[in-house]
Design a binder for this molecule. Structure first.
Ligand code: PMP
Length: 433
């Protein structure tokens, strides 16, 4: 595979942009090699600047649930763009997307749009603190909620991928109210509440931990968290930035029948444009300015292009059968991968929920990953790196890190499935040869 154009661009990018990228995991840091510079995407495929084609399982890290450049979304963006790109004043389309999200995600009664998942989570925590009048928060090791100072504690995603310590530049004062607990461990959360019964505003959790690989919540864990928070008059913030419109049409909360106080969204609701949102119960959201006193604002928040893209995306996704058929493809993919790995005697832990999936290569056949500690202990990142490159060379673009999830879209079909499974069989034979 020729990658000379990507190499030249990467060389230049490193002179201009720290590490050559505008978000760390893109740099292939943990798998090595040259990140592919992308020229275009269409459907399930990406083309790099050298003309190589890849079946894309990253999909811009989740947003592109209909695939690249779907007609409905591109039309919506173009029709909106000719009327202007931003007004800094309210528009009807913000109501339309708000209505659609409220109708789709069970717990949500009101919503505030922001520009990224980071902003959504940061604002959701400010709201939980404003609502409860308390300062401490609980987060879970290996969960990632964006790069706000107070959340860069035992964070997943790029922090996990690069094996970084908690980031320098974060003042200790901003994290002294961040308590951490292992994922899937209710007793640890109870301990924290017993230690600080009147000081914890809330807990923020990824319903499926998809920034340290792909770790499913154990039976009763998420409901147990909600119950514990409520027992101590704290709020549960469900971070559905990644799982929203993916684990179920109504997110993980619909799939697992949960009623969180606040929900964070991002990715899919912007259809590939920069969007986030925090949302929840009316009496809680009423604290947000200008309805209430908790301040949060944004020059480009509710941007018409982003609203149009989100609206077109969710409208298409809600058509009968669309979500289910993506989930079915994801299930076939993970079943196929499982069979291939088993036939080759390669121990893996595979997870799938709706249109998301993950596959850990395990260092020990009997290992089970259920939290960040076991992910770091048992995930064979070296083997993942080899597998990743063997797949890439055959035109399959997986996340360039063992600690990230995979995504499918409505454009992934039987053809991409077969191509991927054939590539995986040959890749794993090369890796284990
Ligand atoms: N929360 C979760 C669960 C995420 O996966 C991410 C990003 N992958 C974020 C928050 C942050 O979103 P953004 O990158 O849009 O700031």
């Amino acid at each position: 595979m020729i990658t000379t154009q990507s190499e030249a661009l990467y060389e230049k990018a490193q002179q201009l942009i720290p590490g050559g990228v505008n978000s760390p995991v893109r740099a292939f840091g943990s798998v090595g090699g040259t990140p592919r510079f992308i020229d275009r995407g269409q459907g399930a495929y990406l083309w790099d600047v050298d003309g190589n084609r890849y079946v894309d399982y990253v999909l811009s890290w989740g947003p592109l649930v209909l695939g690249h450049a779907p007609k409905a979304v591109i039309n919506a963006i173009t029709e909106t763009a000719v009327k202007g790109t931003s007004y800094g004043a309210p528009t009807a389309i913000e109501n339309d997307l708000a209505d659609l999200v409220i109708d789709t995600v069970p717990s949500i009664e009101m919503i505030r749009f922001v520009n990224s998942g980071t902003e959504a989570c940061m604002s959701a925590l400010r709201l939980a603190r404003a609502y409860t009048g308390r300062e401490k928060i609980i987060k879970f090791a290996g969960n990632y909620h964006g790069h706000a100072d107070m959340l860069l504690v035992q964070a997943g995603s790029g922090v996990a991928t690069l094996g970084l310590p908690d980031s320098p530049g974060v003042p200790s004062g901003t994290t002294e109210n961040t308590l951490t607990a292992p994922y899937n461990d209710l007793a640890a959360v109870r301990d924290l509440f017993e230690r600080y019964p009147d000081a914890i505003a809330g807990a923020i959790v990824e319903p499926i931990a998809a920034n340290m690989g792909f770790v499913m919540p154990e039976e009763g864990y998420l409901q147990g968290l909600i119950d514990l928070c409520h027992e101590y008059d704290a709020l549960l913030i469900l971070d559905e930035v990644m799982t929203g419109f993916r684990v179920g049409l109504g997110g993980a909360q619909e799939a697992y029948n949960l009623d969180p106080d606040i929900t964070c969204l991002g990715k899919v609701i912007g259809g590939g444009l920069p969007v986030g949102a925090y949302a929840g119960k009316r009496d809680i959201m009423a604290h947000v300015a200008p309805a209430g006193t908790m301040y949060q604002a944004g020059t480009l928040s509710g941007n018409p292009l982003a609203m149009a893209a989100g609206l077109a995306t969710i409208t298409a996704l809600r058509r009968p059968g669309v979500f289910d058929s993506i989930a079915e493809q994801a299930q076939k993919l993970t079943e196929g991968l499982g069979e291939i790995m088993q036939a080759q005697g390669v121990p893996v832990q595979i997870g799938q929920a709706g249109s998301m999936f993950g596959m850990y290569f395990l260092k020990e056949a009997e290992a089970h990953i259920r939290d960040y500690a076991t992910a770091k202990q048992y995930a064979d990142t070296a083997r993942y790196g080899q597998f990743f490159h063997a797949m890439l060379a055959q035109g399959v673009y997986l996340a360039p890190s063992q600690f990230e999830a995979g995504f499918l879209s409505a454009a992934h079909d039987i053809e991409t499935l077969e191509a991927t499974l054939n590539a995986a069989e040959s890749a794993i034979k090369q890796v284990t040869a």
